[in-house]
Write a protein that binds this ligand. Structure first.
Ligand code: SF4
Length: 329
């Protein structure tokens, strides 16, 4: 029997009602609409899309930090089998330890009034996972060393550090409670390119050493290409394509994925680029277009795309796409 996914999302929707005024009718923001996704244990799973595609909301829903309107999220870890939407207070406390978030902005995420030691130690103390200061200090030193932080720096304050070092502190804080699932939301987007590679290498080595599953959220497919085993592409609250990374880059089938890939700069001076520019803006999630939700920007849309929602179909092993034209009928 094959192993169950670490996280399995079934038909998940996250909707936010908007208030109405005298002149407008009540609206609902469809941040996530009927998303199903399996994240295998030990994978480095990429989730990409433009700003406003819903990828951050999906990451937060998995962490139970966004309200789940409909659907299920199953989290399986050893003996633990949680229905995330229905967690009891006791199980939620345990879940918070097991599933953590690495913040996007290493400048805003760290309290300027706390030492690095206290920043890393705080989750341990809040969750009551250690019984003495000595035990906490030992755990902080251990995880700081794993994140390649200089132990002498534990007494300093965050302002003394560069962006890359601050992100190492954020990562150490996320890891100190020994989670097995991490959401890294645009965790290298605020860093210089050379530092990005450094942090990505650190995340990959931590994944191997500590047996962690990553959901790596990014708007940048070139970052995902070198890091992730599998990639899912989101557009307007929905997954439009999902495949192993190599397969997705070699054989993209959704017009949106093709457009994102064509925007990656080439190092080849002879490559004049066949960049596909997407016309228009991503529509409002409070006003989802009927049929295929990408039809208002799709360069190859047909008449049926305006009324028929495309099915989610597997064209080759583990390669799924939601597009009428992606795979032969
Ligand atoms: Fe484009 Fe139609 Fe495919 Fe949607 S279903 S991506 S509009 S071709």
């Amino acid at each position: 029997m094959s192993e169950r996914p670490h996280v399995s999302i079934q038909d998940l929707s996250v909707h936010y009602p908007l208030g109405r005024s005298l002149f407008t009718k009540a609206l609902t923001v469809h941040a996530i609409d009927h998303v199903s996704l399996d994240i295998p244990r030990g994978s480095f799973f990429g989730l990409v899309g433009e700003s406003g595609s819903g990828k951050t909301t999906l990451g937060r829903a998995i962490l139970k930090a966004a309200p789940i309107t409909d659907g299920h999220i199953a989290y399986v870890d050893g003996e633990v089998d949680y229905d995330v939407a229905g967690l009891s207070k006791t199980d939620l406390k345990d879940y918070r330890r097991r599933a953590q978030l690495i913040f996007q902005d290493p400048y805003a995420a760290l309290s300027p009034r706390m030492t690095v030691r206290d920043i890393i130690a705080e989750p341990l103390e809040v969750m009551g996972l250690t019984t003495s200061r000595g035990e906490t200090d030992e755990r902080v030193r251990e995880i700081a060393a794993k994140c390649r932080l200089n132990l002498e720096h534990l007494r300093r304050f965050p302002h003394a550090f560069s962006g890359g070092q601050r992100q190492r502190i954020s990562i150490a804080r996320a890891l100190v409670c020994e989670p097995k699932f991490l959401v890294a939301d645009e965790s290298v987007a605020a860093l210089d390119v050379s530092i990005q590679a450094d942090i990505l290498n650190l995340l990959k080595s931590l994944q191997r050493d500590l047996d962690i599953t990553f959901l790596f959220i990014s708007h940048d497919l070139s970052v995902v290409a070198h890091t992730c085993d599998h990639v899912a592409v989101m557009y307007l609250g929905s997954i439009v394509e999902s495949a192993p990374t190599r397969e997705l880059f070699r054989n993209p089938t959704h017009p949106y994925t093709k457009a994102l890939l064509s925007a990656i700069p080439s190092l080849d001076p002879d490559d004049r680029g066949g960049r596909q520019r997407l016309e228009g803006e991503i529509p409002s999630p409070a006003n989802i277009p009927p049929g295929c939700r990408f039809h208002t920007r799709c360069p190859v849309a047909e008449e049926r795309c305006r009324s028929e929602e495309p099915a989610w179909r597997e064209g080759s092993e583990e390669h799924f796409t939601a597009c009428h034209l992606a795979w032969p009928d």
